[in-house]
Design a protein around this ligand. Structure first.
Ligand code: 1HE
Length: 262
């Protein structure tokens, strides 16, 4: 299924179409993100059907995403540049703080704005062909899609500074080691793994998913005392939901799965 932009497609997985699969569909340009594609990403995440409880984003072709479409950069003045960056912020905010957890299925290049898109997702699954870079430094520009906020949260400001100052490229294994991805899987299997995880996430109580998307990142930025207080409020809201009570009762009655070693 295409969205209103042929460079972005939307399909569904799961018995009840509970997983949305959003695919960057611009392989000839290595899924470079032009303005229309960024706006299409915003629109698709703002308008996910109510049946959807988790989403995956991946890219067609040999690469996840080559970042900003550099062919659109040339004629912008300073104020247009600010507005352009703010447009990216608004779109990626719809991914990060939207209605459902989003998993990035990564392969090939995850560079520049492509890494900014991946870091707006809640989990990253990378296959062994993945490589990460922030070539903005060598192109004479700066990140503008939220990278300076989100990337240091995963790998620290020192590693991001190194990536941008030196053009350092991390391979898939090192990317997982430093925290850019949470899962490393064989080449060609990132999408399958991401969909498998998304189905599991779709099965969670919605309030748990909400808490992880909307409370946890805020708590992590609060002073400890405020964070503990917010946590208490969120815990109370989550556990008072009828679904939470039913799930706990099912465990106590021996009807729910135990925690098992993988
Ligand atoms: C592009 C782009 C692009 C490819 N904008 N057109 N991002 C970058 O600096 C990364 C630039 N791209 C690359 O380094 C390479 O293209 C890749 C490593 C991603 C892939 O290499 P390869 O050999 O598979 O493909 P290619 O031959 O380099 O590219 C195929 C076509 O895609 C070619 O166009 P064609 O008309 O000659 O066929 C490329 O020009 C085009 N293409 N990447 C425009 N990025 C919110 S601020 C974010 C700031 C940034 O993201 S800056 C980082 C931009």
């Amino acid at each position: 299924m295409t969205t209103n932009n042929p460079d972005l497609s939307l399909s569904f997985a799961g018995e009840q179409s509970e997983v949305a699969v959003v695919t960057l569909n611009r392989a000839p340009k290595r899924n470079a993100l032009n303005d229309a594609l960024i706006l299409a990403i915003r629109d698709v995440f703002q308008n996910l059907p109510k049946t959807v409880r988790a989403a995956v984003i991946d890219g067609k072709g040999d690469h996840f995403c080559a970042g900003l479409d550099l062919s659109e950069l040339s004629e912008r003045d300073a104020s247009e540049g600010v507005m352009h960056s703010r447009m990216w912020h608004a779109a990626l905010e719809c991914v990060e703080k939207g209605t459902v957890p989003v998993i990035a299925a990564l392969h090939g290049a995850v560079v520049g704005g492509g890494l900014e898109l991946a870091t707006a997702c809640h989990i990253r699954v990378a296959d062994e062909s993945t490589f990460y870079a922030l070539p903005e430094g060598t192109r004479g520009i700066f990140v503008g899609g939220g990278g300076s906020v989100r990337v240091p949260k995963l790998i620290g400001a020192a590693r991001m500074t190194d990536m941008m100052l030196t053009g350092r490229v991390y391979n898939a294994a090192d990317g997982e080691r430093i925290g850019l991805a949470q899962y490393l899987v064989p080449t060609g299997t990132a999408l399958d793994k991401a969909v498998e995880l998304a189905k599991r996430i779709a099965d969670n109580a919605p309030m748990t998913n909400f808490a992880l998307m909307h409370a946890l990142p805020r708590i992590a930025e609060q002073p400890a005392d405020h964070g503990l207080f917010t946590e208490a409020l969120m815990a109370s809201v989550a556990q008072s939901a009828p679904e939470a009570k039913a799930r706990v009762r099912a465990f106590l009655e021996g009807k729910a799965a135990k925690v098992k070693k993988d």
